[in-house]
Write a new protein. Structure first.
Length: 200
């Protein structure tokens, strides 16, 4: 199945996890060493909301999206529902074939092939969705088709992502492990990571 047909489901995974993350969890550690849970929520909102919509349309981010890097989206009223709407809109844009052609940019800097950027958006929803889920004691609802699309995308860019410091060192995962776990390993994540409260 083409990845574009899966973007709505990928967004829904992240939205479900974000909706279930309250302010009382914002200081929890995550598998991302430099981000606590609150920072990770803000990262998802920043890159998979309006910016992802603009990237799919080959547009620069709107002036309203050009906020300071340390802006706290979660301090805004109804932030979770606003993100849900923005993520759904981004998924709708990336569900069209036009979004995956030509070049675009997610960060407003260097332009890259749109197919590459679309894969980044998919990874943001599923990888950071997993990061946020396990940080708060949950498991994301990633089905086999989503896992396969994610694995294929990560396999094609993992080495480059590591060279740029986007992914950490690959984590060895058994070849017979679920495909999503193998995708996590390629992306420098330990599928066995647990929050401190859940460790023995």
């Amino acid at each position: 199945m083409e990845t574009r047909f899966l973007m709505g489901r990928a967004a829904a995974v992240a939205v479900d996890i974000v909706r279930g993350t309250g302010p009382d969890a914002f200081d929890l550690p995550t598998p991302c060493p430099d981000m606590r849970t609150g920072a990770l929520v803000n990262h998802l909102i920043r890159f998979t909301g309006e910016r992802a919509q603009a990237a799919g349309r080959k547009q620069s981010p709107s002036s309203g999206d050009e906020v300071a890097q340390d802006h706290d989206f979660t301090a805004e009223p109804d932030w979770a529902e606003r993100y849900a709407a923005e993520a759904a809109a981004a998924a709708a844009v990336w569900s069209t074939p036009e979004a995956w052609t030509g070049e675009t940019s997610l960060a407003g800097t260097a332009r890259m092939p749109a197919r590459f950027v679309g894969g980044i958006v998919l990874g943001e929803w599923l990888l950071h969705g997993w990061d946020l889920a396990v940080a708060t004691g949950r498991k994301p609802a990633v089905d086999e088709e989503l896992a396969a699309a994610l694995y294929e995308d990560i396999a094609g860019k993992a080495d480059m992502a590591r060279n740029y410091g986007v992914f950490g060192p690959e984590v060895a995962v058994e070849p017979i492990a679920p495909l999503f776990d193998r995708a996590l390993g390629l992306a420098g994540r330990d599928p066995a990571w647990r929050r401190p409260a859940d460790r023995e």
